[in-house]
Ligand binder design. Structure first.
Ligand SMILES: C[S@@+](CC[C@H](N)C(=O)[O-])C[C@H]1O[C@@H](n2cnc3c(N)ncnc32)[C@H](O)[C@@H]1O
Length: 284
């Protein structure tokens, strides 16, 4: 069922499968799209969705590479077919994300270390290497640590812009962070803090902290805050169609941005009803 959202709508949360919802939204409406899809833990049942999309819709969207993309995808999938199911789920959603991004917009795709490198190669082929802006490493230090290898304590956020010539990025709007060695800079500089780089040290959501909603995959507001501050202006629309507990909406509201969130899980919708009392809720 089409959703009623337009850029004139209030902040909105939609309950439904994101692909159905995305297909009903207007082109180029969002300045930031942040996506934190479920990790590749076996969604093989979604495989069938892509075959009609591959080489047709994705190839037809501006900025998408046709033949070369198909060849790279084929080679990668021969190498590791476990990724095939996952990418078959993501690809049509990424094609829609690209269509929905404004000309000055930015896509942030949050992945774990098992997926990030495959996804990087495919996204370069899909969106064009010129659109690749950053690989952000979100590093944390929490929980059990393996004794058999270096404990894996980071996620990767791949950042792509719609138009490399006109994307919005305002580093002066981003909260600064303490210097690692404040004694090496002037007291004024130390007091002001430094610009974050592409490696973000940030704790996970504290199990006892104010932010905690109880939703299992909840991401910290501090990570989302940087994304929204740098890549959008007040009043811009932010889209998150793997919304979970609604972290993107909470941050967008605090920063004066507007948001559209989508999730298919009734538990996520229940958490967002509590967390985002100002939003309008609808079912797709
Ligand atoms: C990793 S969680 C997102 C967590 C979120 N970033 C937060 O801070 O709470 C991924 C979410 O995607 C949702 N999801 C997975 N497949 C979906 C689909 N096809 N349509 C809509 N939501 C989906 C899941 O229900 C889950 O809430």
């Amino acid at each position: 069922m089409p959703v009623s959202w337009t850029p004139a709508s209030a902040d909105t949360v939609v309950h439904g499968d994101n692909l159905d919802v995305l297909q009903t939204l207007p082109d180029e409406a969002f300045t930031v799209i942040y996506l934190d899809p479920p990790f590749n833990t076996g969604r093989s049942q979604t495989r069938h969705e892509t075959h009609s999309v591959r080489g047709t819709r994705a190839g037809a969207v501006a900025g998408f590479k046709g033949v070369q993309y198909e060849r790279i995808r084929g080679d990668l999938m021969k190498y590791d077919d476990r990724f095939d199911d996952y990418w078959s789920f993501l690809e049509p959603r990424l094609a829609e994300a690209w269509r929905l991004l404004a000309d000055d917009g930015t896509l942030y795709l949050h992945l774990d270390y098992r997926e990030a490198h495959y996804a990087k190669v495919l996204l370069d082929a899909l969106f064009g290497r010129a659109s690749f802006l950053n690989e952000i490493i979100w590093a944390y230090d929490y929980g059990a640590k393996s004794q058999r290898h270096w404990p894996t304590k980071h996620d990767t956020i791949l950042v792509y812009v719609k138009n490399a010539a006109s994307y919005h990025f305002d580093s002066s709007a981003v909260d600064r962070e303490p210097y690692m060695a404040p004694g090496l800079v002037t007291p004024e500089k130390a007091a002001r803090g430094k610009l974050p780089t592409d490696v973000w040290w940030h704790t996970i959501v504290s199990p006892t902290g104010r932010e905690k909603t109880g939703y299992p995959t909840q991401k910290p507001e501090g990570v989302l805050r940087r994304i929204v501050q740098a890549s959008s202006r007040e009043g811009d629309w932010v889209l998150d169609f793997f919304a979970g507990s609604g972290t993107t909406g909470a941050v967008a509201t605090a920063l004066g941005r507007r948001y559209l969130l989508v999730d298919e899980n009734p538990e996520a919708i229940a958490v967002m009803r509590q967390r985002l009392p100002g939003a309008s809720f609808e079912k797709a």
